[in-house]
Design a protein around this ligand. Sequence first.
Ligand SMILES: [Ca+2]
Length: 77
Amino acid sequence: MNKSIIWILIVSALVSGLLWLLLGNRNVSSTKLKDYDCSDFRTQREAQTFFESNGGPSSDPHNLDGDKDGKVCESLK
Ligand SMILES: [Ca+2]
């Protein structure tokens, strides 16, 4: 087997290992952020304000708007 092919394999294994570590660490740090649920808010308006200041209807990382109609925590008054 050609030595350069072996080196390419070693380097690509190291690079993918490094990428895996970087992406893995990013996932760990994102899961450390608090995940808000409707029970974290006292009123629907409070949840709605939080939702709109954190990406609005286009982004719902906390999954507050389960039915995707733009209105969060319909169960709250
Ligand atoms: Ca909704």
